[in-house]
Design a protein. Structure first.
Length: 365
């Protein structure tokens, strides 16, 4: 491999006017030889000022920046379009919602060559998407194990092998060996790809030298929309690729079902004469709900005490709302897979597989 292998940075975007310019400028702060790397942006037909922001940066950049149209507006399709145009020996997949430290591209190249892994990435520092108590509470919750489980890149800065990493830096040969992003997975396609790499004997590595800054959702409604979609698509991912199953993705589904069951039992207990079976079923469920409430409140209080007390009311709401809404997405996703109902169709240009466990890839022709 050359001393400065050619690098392709690929970015899927849609309506990222608020973040894309900062993202690009953070990447371009790198001193990696401009002639030895490129940026390819797959735009899902943005309706805001995303293209104008990209053009402002492109006029000043010595690095080649190419913008591709992604008329189907689906992230993995955009990623595969960008991969089809990429010339790099090394591919860095980044997100417009994040900023990257100085020399990020150079460090990615150094780490992937040093470690020898198929994909490397770094910890994410979560920052609030706005200067409000709710936005700060969301950022704290999305960086805490109680909020996001054992997601190493969100909660740990230690160098280690991992199940997945954000903003992966790949050897291009990986895509020739194991295939492209699964275009049926409008979300969670990165996680599934990493599991495919691991099943093929590859290695995913988390390295603290590749730290990035991610801006979390600024409002509770935006967070819950994201949670619902992530839960929904995680269920589809597990159905289409059973080997990608992860307990932290499924637990919120059980949590939401438990909350609904507790509510139903409460109604029955209030509306019907008390009976042994209602009490026997209700008490364990209610005990779990009380335990969750105490644990959630305790962690919220501790985080607020460590950071700023003004976020406490928001934190008390964020944890249960996020977990419940994520879980509802998981439940709905599994319900659709059981009914063999998927959110794609032949009209989208993506076949609707009859077998929900079909693992074939749909790639851009």
């Amino acid at each position: 491999m050359a001393r400065h292998p050619f690098v392709s940075v690929i970015i899927p975007v849609r309506n990222e006017e608020r973040y894309i310019e900062s993202c690009l400028r953070s990447l371009l702060s790198c001193a990696y030889p401009p002639s030895r790397w490129e940026i390819i942006i797959a735009d899902g037909m943005s309706a805001d000022g995303t293209r104008d922001a990209i053009e402002r940066v492109r006029k000043e950049s010595r690095v080649l920046i190419t913008v591709l149209d992604n008329p189907r507006r689906v992230t993995p399709i955009g990623l595969n379009l960008a991969l089809a145009q990429a010339h790099g020996e090394i591919i860095i997949r980044v997100d417009a919602h994040a900023d990257y430290g100085e020399e990020y591209v150079a460090r990615c190249v150094a780490v992937v060559r040093e470690i020898g892994a198929d994909n490397v990435g770094g910890p994410v520092i979560t920052r609030p998407g706005a200067d409000t108590p709710m936005a700060h509470a969301i950022a704290l919750a999305m960086a805490h194990p109680f909020g996001v489980g054992n997601s190493a890149f969100r909660t740990s800065a230690a160098a280690r092998d991992a199940d997945t990493v954000p903003y992966g830096c790949f050897r291009a040969a990986v895509f020739e060996r194991i295939g492209l992003f699964d275009e049926r997975l409008w979300r969670n396609q990165d996680y599934e790809l990493n599991q495919r790499i691991r099943r093929a004997g590859g290695r995913i590595y988390l390295d603290p030298r590749l730290t990035s800054v991610y801006y979390s959702r600024p409002t509770l409604s935006a967070l819950l929309r994201q949670a619902w979609a992530n839960g929904y698509w995680n269920a589809h991912t597990h159905a289409l690729h059973p080997g990608s199953f992860c307990l932290r993705h499924a637990l919120p589904g059980a949590f939401s079902l438990g909350m609904l069951l507790a509510a139903i039992l409460a109604v029955l207990a209030l509306s019907l004469p008390l009976s042994i079976w209602v009490i026997a079923l209700a008490l364990p469920v209610w005990a779990c709900c009380v335990l969750y409430a105490v644990l959630s409140a305790g962690i919220a209080l501790r985080l607020a005490w460590q950071h700023e007390l003004r976020v406490l009311p928001s934190l008390l709401l964020v944890f249960p709302a996020f977990h419940f809404w994520y879980g509802l997405g998981v439940v709905r996703g599994w319900w659709h897979t059981l009914l063999n109902r998927y959110p794609w169709s032949p009209e989208d240009g993506i076949p609707r597989w009859e077998n929900p466990r079909d693992t074939r890839l749909v790639t851009q022709g």
